[in-house]
Design a protein around this ligand. Structure first.
Ligand SMILES: [Zn+2]
Length: 175
């Protein structure tokens, strides 16, 4: 059995739709999402995410505001209406301390490029996976909930595959 990355487990734990899932069920969603993100990155392997964004007609900017989506602080945001990626400066600088500026930028942009692909051709991953059926104690009908964490897990797997491959050789060369 493959080991799930800690960040993927954290994404699932933060998703209210997953509250009633067994460990095995949660793993099923995470594995679909990891596979999907990596598979979608394959055609772009080795490409610089910033160049790829330009090629796909997606603009990239760095913003000083802290984007909040559904009550959560996000690292960056993709706006389908403007086909624009806004990367949060604070998040970028924090990650740059760990992996360097170029890689931090590549990761953030690559992550949002996955959401761009979802918005323009793939559709949100959670909509393509079966919903979680929640049986309510007092409710008459079971509630169906989409696992939104799947889209985030796929985006991160996409970013790691894409940005990792694009920058590996370069980082070795510069130390
Ligand atoms: Zn995301």
């Amino acid at each position: 059995m493959r080991r799930l990355p800690g960040w993927a487990r954290a994404e699932l734990r933060a998703d209210p739709a997953c509250a009633g899932l067994t460990t095995g069920e949660a793993r099923w969603y995470a594995e679909r999402a990891l596979d999907e993100g990596r598979r979608q990155a394959e055609p772009y392997r080795g490409r610089n995410p910033l160049e790829l964004a330009a090629e796909l007609g997606v603009s990239v900017s760095v913003t000083d505001r802290d984007p909040v989506v559904a009550g959560r602080h996000v690292l960056a945001e993709y706006d389908a209406a403007t086909r624009g990626i806004a990367v949060c400066r604070a998040s970028l600088e924090e990650r740059a301390d760990e992996v360097g500026e170029r890689r931090a930028m590549a990761e953030h942009v690559a992550h949002e490029l996955y959401h761009h692909l979802e918005a323009t051709c793939l559709g949100r991953l959670e909509e393509r996976l079966p919903p979680v059926v929640v049986r309510q104690v007092l409710g008459l009908w079971p509630v169906r909930r989409r696992v939104r964490a799947c889209s985030e897990i796929a985006a991160r797997a996409f970013a790691e595959t894409l940005a990792g491959a694009a920058l590996e050789g370069e980082e070795e060369a510069t130390g």
